[in-house]
Design a protein around this ligand. Structure first.
Ligand code: PEP
Length: 263
């Protein structure tokens, strides 16, 4: 008898080109952004295996887009507001992002949830706006340490996915990328083992399949994020269920990000 799950796995893997995204958080000026690309581009010349995205602070988007022009590297933002325009001091809309050449946007990063009161509901609003605008969203989910220790990781991931994907059709979500980012691994030097990451990715894909349908979920890329470094990138990226990486600290230095890309 044909093993359908194995076939689905194979189809999914063939359709999912790895994506490696840099999250620069609140680091670098436009000049430092240009310096980064001057150093980084020659180090990854000829690289085609993965798609690359760099997500600098808003003020660096122009400089990043100019510097990366012609390299195939996409530029993303670290957040977006769901309204189109209006009296929302400090916020930036999807069309504003697109006007800078930005094509991707991180949504629901744990630092946004932890320090800026973002919730599964606001993640859902941002995600709907980004998909509607044709941006590629990278939606972050992940458990905190107490949740992992209490055996709640799967429940937390299911709840975050269910709410983030609420009322989004599979048709609309074909660009969606998810990132599993265990909060205890972000910026701490602790990394989830490949086995932990794979288990979490399987949960996320199963939940996405319920909301968006099997076909969209099997093609959806799920990145791992949390202290990815040149030393651990390969063991994570060799897992077929890990479709790439979201890299914070180690993406700020051209050499270390280039070694992750070339794992
Ligand atoms: C992140 O900011 O998404 C991240 C994973 O950070 P770090 O790689 O520094 O843990």
């Amino acid at each position: 008898m044909r093993d359908l799950s194995a076939t689905n796995k194979l189809v999914g893997t063939m359709l999912r080109k790895k994506l490696i995204a840099a999250n620069w958080k609140m680091y670098k000026t436009p000049e430092q952004t240009r310096e980064f690309f001057r150093a980084f581009l020659p180090m990854i010349a000829g690289h085609e295996r993965s798609e690359l995205v760099v997500c600098p602070p808003y003020v660096d988007l122009h400089a990043a887009f100019d510097s990366a022009h012609g390299s195939g590297i996409a530029i993303g933002a670290q957040n977006v507001f769901w309204k189109e325009d209006g009296a929302y001091t400090g916020e930036v809309s999807c069309s504003m992002l697109k006007s800078t050449g930005c094509t991707h946007v991180i949504i629901g990063h744990s630092e946004r949830r932890q320090y800026f009161g973002e919730s599964d509901e606001t993640v859902n609003l941002r995600l709907k706006a980004a998909l509607h605008a044709g941006l590629t969203p990278i939606v972050c989910v992940g458990e905190v340490l107490e949740e992992r220790e209490a055996g709640l990781t799967e429940d937390v991931l299911r709840r975050q996915c269910l709410r983030a994907l609420d009322a989004i059709s599979g048709e609309r979500a074909h660009k969606l990328v998810m990132a599993y980012e265990p909060v205890w691994a972000i910026g701490t030097g602790k990394t989830a083992t490949p086995t932990m990451a794979v288990e979490a990715h399987i949960t996320i894909r199963a939940e996405a399949s319920k909301s968006l349908g099997k076909e969209v979920a099997s093609k959806m890329r799920i990145l791992y994020g949390g202290s990815v470094k040149p030393e651990n990138a390969k063991s994570l990226m060799l897992e077929e269920e890990i479709d790439g990486a979201l890299v914070g600290g180690a993406s700020l230095d051209a050499r270390s990000f280039a070694s992750i890309v070339m794992y």
